[in-house]
Design a protein around this ligand. Structure first.
Ligand code: PEP
Ligand code: MG
Length: 886
């Protein structure tokens, strides 16, 4: 089995096997770009190692073979005392997990080769000792779990002794002494000396990178990003090139376009005389990449050429990492870069304009989650409110919350339901839980490529970074800026687009994209590249999609908004929502009525109210289908709470008051009380038990439709029966409904369909029978999930889903995204058998899943006719339905 690939053997298609970094290093190698030679150990080797605890048998041999050819290519041997080859050992999974896994640089250095390295570098002893101390530090921390702070304290101590804060002021002797201190720390924690054999260093580093796949923060990141837990990481062993050889060396990162806005240009950070992770970690302040033009015009020119070449090759925004070693440029990484939601749309549009991709591809490159983000509200500043400070807008959004200074505190307060803004000088992977818990992230250091910025963008979380006017004091839990002090618990507002930070709470207003969808902003006139890109891509999605998109709406107002958002009808109007508020008493009277007369009275009072509701909705949806579901309340929602009532009665009796009415009510409520209301008298069951209820609703619906028709409008009612499990239930309701329909419709020309929800597993499994009596199906995936799994939808998410997610029993709550294998199977069966019994049967979905991007793809695959979701998710569903069709 082949476990190791040379860079010349791979290509970008092999991400599964070589990880993103390895595949792209191979791709760049094959493009003839200056990549240091190296090889990649596959993700399969990692999987095998993690499964069995030992490396696969042939791995060592294959590493030896590749190392030998690497040595040959470089003309040096690993750790050779007189002229050592050094290598970096870098993680690289299929999906980028910035900073989550490990990397060890300078492998091959030891007490002897450090001298050889100095000689190799023209007698640069400082460089050699600096490289050695970095190796011990990284190796100690990563491979042997030596607490990183110990090394950091020692480094700080050395700087303090020298009276400096800049590590560049430490000379060769200082660093040599520091190496001794580091070795002592290493020995203290590991009980052994720092390994001097280069090959042992290499092997241990490789296994440590394998192991870092399961580091806590990596596990957490994967869960957040929904990256499967079993992929494993590849390991790249690359010949070292040095950015810390002096002022003519350095290291940097760059984007071929602005990852925040999508604007074209040169974006990046450069740090002279520095190695590897210094830039990303924000250890020292970087300079904008443009400055490199002055420092090293030749490398700068070459870099720009390579960036253009990469864009042309990948047909997309690329981000890169590079190092300059004494004026020679080396490419250390590239990948299709992460970007903000806005940039994704803008760049996709630009690439279409540039003729590099077509509209299908543009549609493929954006997604519903990004669109949802663009619909977030923005800050509304009534007058010129002076910001407290400004940093770099690293990830857009408007976040308001209480300031906290540690991940722990963020998690704690968020757990109490507070919104928090996590403020740090810079973040590290250890801050991840706090970043997840926070509403927004604010740092005083680091640029657009800092850890905070990269991770926040990935999570779609608002982030302002590099606000260097802020003096953040984590220990005293406060920051000062411009003479003002902001303490833990005070509220700030941060704008991830402009980078501005405000004291107190700034009100928010709808985003441009929402204003565009609502029709108050014209795409062509606005001149806003984002709105124009959204307009164009949405139009293409609409052209491509086969699924129709309806909305769940119970009021005229919601219906109107959804229609502006592009809804093509209503897929679910929950009539029980129309019985709340003032009308609740009428329903209560109806449910508890003991005599026919009482019941008739309650129904007669409800009828006109219902009719008006429907008129309003039909008007807004003129010409579009409107699915009205007959009442489906869990009974307890309409009855006074039993305990409260019992207490009231007891109190009244105690006081000798006349409580006859309350007592009667209490008796009735007791009679109707249910242990499991969700599995009780609801939906069609209630309709069959309470005479006249469904009939009243059917009459109200049809009368409203006829009234609209008389006004010249087209009302297309679809009457839907909830919670059906057996065809007989539906038939009973239908027979009664048809009589009323025939009577009310008369010669108005109104067409009324009668159909059913499929939300009880039995209905899905007997869909063939049910279809005989139904003119349409609509999947109620909320109840289908509830009853399919036996999970109470109101209780379980907070109770134990965290554990299920942790154990990987599911990757996401099945109430959020359809469980394809189980509940999805019921959907498939019902669709197939329903259509077999009634060809052309119209089928949709109206559970929450109708607006979930992943689920929309599933419903497209199954062949449903439409999805229905809340008004705000209509654009997301349109986009995803388009994406599903290409
Ligand atoms: C469903 O069960 O998916 C559904 C749409 O109905 P409700 O959420 O009202 O129970
Ligand atoms: Mg339901």
């Amino acid at each position: 089995h082949k476990w190791v690939y040379d860079f010349t053997e791979g290509n970008r298609e092999l991400k599964d096997l070589l990880g993103g970094k390895g595949a792209n290093l191979a791709e760049m190698t094959n493009l003839g770009l200056p990549v240091p030679p190296g090889f990649t150990i596959t993700t399969e080797a990692c999987q095998a190692y993690l499964a069995s605890g030992t490396a696969p048998a042939e791995l060592a041999e294959q590493i030896t073979a590749h190392l030998t050819s690497l040595e040959r290519a470089m003309g040096k041997r690993l750790g050779d005392p007189s002229d050592p080859l050094l290598v970096s050992v870098r993680s690289g999974a299929k999906f980028s997990m910035p900073g989550m896994m490990e990397t060890v640089l300078n492998v091959g250095l030891n007490d002897a080769s450090v001298t050889g390295l100095a000689a190799q570098a023209g007698g640069n002893e400082r460089f050699a000792w600096d490289s050695y101390r970095r190796l011990i530090q990284m190796f100690g921390k990563t491979v042997c779990e030596v607490p990183g702070e110990e090394f950091e304290h020692a480094l700080d101590g050395a700087k303090r002794a020298k009276g400096t804060t800049n590590d560049l002021d430490l000379d060769a002797a200082d660093l040599r002494a520091l190496v001794d201190t580091y070795k002592t720390i290493f020995r203290k924690h590991t009980g052994r000396d720092f390994p001097q054999t280069p090959r042992e260093q290499l092997d241990l580093a490789i296994f440590a990178v394998f192991g870092s796949w399961n580091a806590e923060r990596a596990v957490l990141y994967r869960r957040q990003e929904r990256i499967p837990a079993d992929l494993g990481t590849a390991v790249n062993v690359v010949a070292m090139v040095f950015g810390n050889l002096g002022p003519d060396s350095g290291t940097g990162v760059a984007f071929t376009r602005d990852p925040a806005s999508g604007a074209q240009g040169i974006y990046g950070d450069y740090l002279a005389n520095a190695q590897g992770e210094d830039v990303v970690a924000g250890i020292r302040s970087t300079v904008p990449l443009q400055e490199l033009e002055k420092l090293d015009p030749r490398s700068y020119g070459e870099l720009l050429g390579i960036m253009a070449r990469l864009e042309e090759h990948y047909l997309d925004l690329c981000d890169i990492e590079f190092t300059i070693e004494r004026g020679k440029l080396w490419m250390l990484q590239t990948r299709v870069g992460k970007r903000t939601a806005a940039a994704a749309f803008v760049i996709a549009g630009q690439l279409v304009d540039e003729g590099l991709i077509d509209l299908d591809e543009a549609l493929h490159r954006v997604n519903g989650a990004q669109l949802a983000q663009l619909m977030f509200p923005r800050f509304r500043l009534e007058h010129d409110v002076a910001p407290l400070a400004a940093g770099i807008g690293a990830s857009p959004g408007a976040a308001v919350g209480k300031v906290v200074f540690s991940a722990e505190r963020a998690v704690e307060l968020a757990g109490e339901g507070e919104s928090v803004i996590l403020v740090r000088r810079e973040t590290s992977p250890d801050d991840l839980p706090g970043m997840i818990a926070a509403q927004g992230i604010l740092t005083s250091r680091g640029g657009k490529t800092s850890h905070a910025a990269v991770v926040a963008r990935g999570m779609g979380k608002t982030c302002v970074c590099g606000a260097d006017a802020l003096d953040v004091n984590v220990r005293s839990r406060q920051f000062t800026v411009d003479g003002q002090t902001v303490r833990e618990g005070e509220v700030v507002s941060i704008d991830g687009t402009t980078g501005r930070i405000y004291r107190g709470e700034v009100p928010v207003s709808p985003s441009e994209v929402v204003r565009y969808f609502e029709g108050s902003l014209d795409a062509t006139e606005s001149g806003d590249p984002l709105v124009q890109a959204v307009h164009r891509i949405m139009a293409h999605a609409d052209e491509r999609r086969r699924l129709r998109v309806r909305t769940n709406a119970d009021t005229g107002e919601d219906a109107a908004r959804a229609r502006r958002f592009g809804a093509e009808g209503i897929g679910l109007c929950r009539t029980e929502h129309m019985f709340l508020g003032d009308r609740r008493e009428l329903v209560e009277r109806l449910i508890l009525a003991r005599t026919d007369a009482d019941r008739q009275e309650a129904l007669a009072a409800l009828l006109p109210l219902q009719r008006n509701d429907f008129v309003e909705i039909f008007r807004e949806m003129d010409g579009q289908p409107v699915t009205v579901r007959l009442i489906d309340p869990p009974l307890h929602e309409f009855l006074p709470p039993l305990e409260e009532l019992a207490v009231n009665v007891a109190v009244a009796q105690e006081r000798g008051q006349d409580a006859a009415k309350e007592e009667a009510l209490l008796t009735a409520v007791r009679r109707m009380h249910e242990q499991n209301p969700m599995l009780g008298l609801r939906g069609v069951r209630l309709g069959l038990v309470i005479p006249g209820l469904f009939a009243m609703q059917v009459r109200a619906i049809v009368e409203a439709a006829v009234a609209c028709a008389r006004d010249g409008q087209v009302a297309r009612p679809e009457i839907m029966v909830p919670l059906v499990g057996a065809v007989q239930e539906l038939e009973t309701v239908r027979t009664e409904a048809e009589k009323i329909i025939a009577e009310v419709v008369g010669d108005s020309g109104v067409e009324v369909l009668v159909g059913t929800m499929i939300e009880v597993p039995r209905a899905a499994l007997t869909a063939g029978q049910i279809a005989e009596a139904a003119e349409f199906f609509s999947f109620g995936t909320n109840d289908l999930t509830q009853m399919g799994w036996g999970f109470s939808r109101d209780d379980v998410e907070g109770a134990f889903f965290w554990r299920y997610l942790e154990l990987g029993i599911f990757g996401i709550s099945p109430f959020e995204s359809i469980d394809r294998d189980g509940v999805g199977r019921l959907v498939r069966i019902a669709t197939e058998e329903g259509r077999a019994a009634r060809p052309g049967l119209k089928i949709g979905v109206c559970g929450e899943h109708g607006g979930d991007p992943e689920s929309v793809h599933f419903f497209h695959e199954v062949g449903l006719d439409y999805v229905s979701c809340s008004p705000f998710r209509v654009p997301v569903a349109r986009l995803e339905a388009g994406r599903a069709a290409i």
